[in-house]
Design a binder for this molecule. Sequence first.
Ligand code: PEP
Ligand code: MG
Length: 754
Amino acid sequence: MPSEPALRIIMRRLREIMGEEGEGQEKLDHIVHLIAGVMVTDVCSLYLKRQDGSLELFATEGLNAAAVHNTRLKRGEGLVGRAAELNLTINEPDAPKHPAFSFRPETGEEVYHSLLAVPIHRSGQVLGVLVVQNRTMKEYSDEDVEVLQATAVVVAENLVSGAVAGTGAALELSKSLSAVVLGQPISEGIALGHIVIHEPRIVVTKLMAEDPAHEMTRLDAALATLRVSLDELMDHEHMQGAGEHRDVLDTYRMFAHDRGWERRLHEAVQGGLTADAAVERVQNGTRSRMLRHGDAFWRERQRDLDDLSDRLLRILAGRPSGLTHAAMSELPPDTILVARTMGPAELLDYDRTKLRGLVVEDGSSQSHVAIVAKALGIAAIGQAVGVVERVTAGDAAIIDAVAGEVHVRPSPELVNAYSDKVRFRARRQKQFEALRDLPAVTKDGQRISLNINAGLLVDMPHLEESGADGVGLFRTELQFMLSDTLPRTERQMQTYRAVLDEAKGRPVVFRTLDIGGDKVLPYLRQAKEENPAIGWRAVRMSLDRPGFFRMQVRALLKAAAGRELALMVPMVTVAEEIDDVRALINKELRFLKRHKHKLPSKLKIGAMIEVPGILYELDRLLPKVEFVSVGSNDLLQFLFAADRGNGLVGSRYDSLSIGPLRALKALTKSCRRHKVTYTLCGEMAGSPIEAMALIGLGFRTLSMAPASVGPVKAMIRSLDARKAMLRLDELLKTGGGNLRRDLERFARAEKVEI
Ligand code: PEP
Ligand code: MG
């Protein structure tokens, strides 16, 4: 129970903390630690108000550390929000029972009952809230309230000192603290550097033209400059050579030459606008038209057009690149670009030798800017919501585009840890390169076939670089998704032929179109679906639209002429689907024969195992196919009924659990009985411990992202496959639900490099 001395202790320690050298975050951490200790509470947390009125958890003792800077309460939300909104102390013996209580699972606060929330305010403005919580149900004493209120006064005075009290003060404060912004890796890597904020917009101030003829001349001159500058940009040394990034850039360049765009710009100037206002008007008009489509393809197109319009505006304003020349030459040598959104060509404006990483608020791994970032080899994170607001130019930052985290203003310890990580990765990479030409053989002599997953021609060089045996999964839909119009048979054929040429005789498994659902093609009308992952997709669509499917099959058969061809069918749900697919393929074979085309030397047809139902009719499926490949990404999401793209449930269930492992074991047994080749090509295969478990289940062929080949091969060369199989058999009989720990223990005991 705190008493007079408690207050005195806190005040003395607070003064010391405030006087100490160090970062703002450290001080906040000390404060909550101090209060929890002296007041004997299970939790002490400090929330500060953001510009939008929300409250952000800035420091905590007792709640989950990961919630810091991630938990935000909307204005007035929950008891803490009410305390801020009403500038009121709230003392609740059983907070979870209170109707205003807002449960935030990421904080782990469900076990606490009593809650005391005191606003931190100055001159009548609420800056934040100090909260203590205990497991027991109790009303806090008057002394408790007094101690916390007095602390809040000191916090307000000291932490926001100098600033006129208000919400901006807290925001300014937040900008001096460490923070983690979460996102999605869109180009893998780790980078340390300093932030440069990308500001593409030019604000158009003059709308109406005084001299329309002059505006027309300005517009035409700017368009000409734009086109020339794009040609130069696209011949960028890092963008040479074929590959999907080329297609992206060529499409972009076509936009700049689009007659319709030029005509609309002219019409707007003829209507009396300045050239600058015309660009903006046309951009807005097109945006509303494109966004009406609401799908990923049009969003990408819109991004291209925004990029182009911004570029044109900058030319008109006499500032051709996103930064002034002076600023461009002053780019830090370790630039980390932060942007709300970015087009592919904008990224190329920056000096590659100075670029370390990119963070954007939108963008997925298939966005155009991601494809260019990958081609440039820089680490990039997308979906980093709110990042622009949380950083200041020049801030130090770390991009972890493996975990999907941006650490802003990191502590020296974190910088050290990541520097070690970067060095470690470089060293590991060297070791993996050394393994490149060594076989993937276990200690007891089992040869494991390692293959890569690919989807674009640009991925093919990875085959050579990784020393893999072949391509275990070629996702053909990517070419379709990047194209404006349906790629005709001839174009498809050229791509497939180039893929086979690049494979130089190594096997390639082409997966037939896995589109539909959320992989939308702009030229294909599709109704919106409630549950796209289990909707009209993959083989279901291929069978309903046989024309589409036959076109692809024809292209594949022609591309393989005289060579072996392996076709894999996604999302097979019942065995009869393979009969239907075969019937369509046979039609194409007959057609090509009739027209005297050279046929593949051998044709293998396989099914992807991604739908749980098919596991129970393997006796009917296996006699119909030459091979099967487990798509563990989909199979796990359907086995666990947990959306693979939803972070809230995505990590809830472990792939190394007894349920899916038993299912896979049964599959390997059936396949051996039917003498059908089996493999696994989902993300599972690329993680060394999971690959170890798969070998223990009987898999001898795996397919994974090219970067995983090295780590998985290192694991294989340190593994005794027979021992792994025995251990897996035991665990599947007697183990607990989640076998990850047991498998880690096995790997440690056996010195397996996981
Ligand atoms: C899978 O589902 O595991 C798979 C390999 O296919 P995709 O990730 O393309 O759905
Ligand atoms: Mg799949």
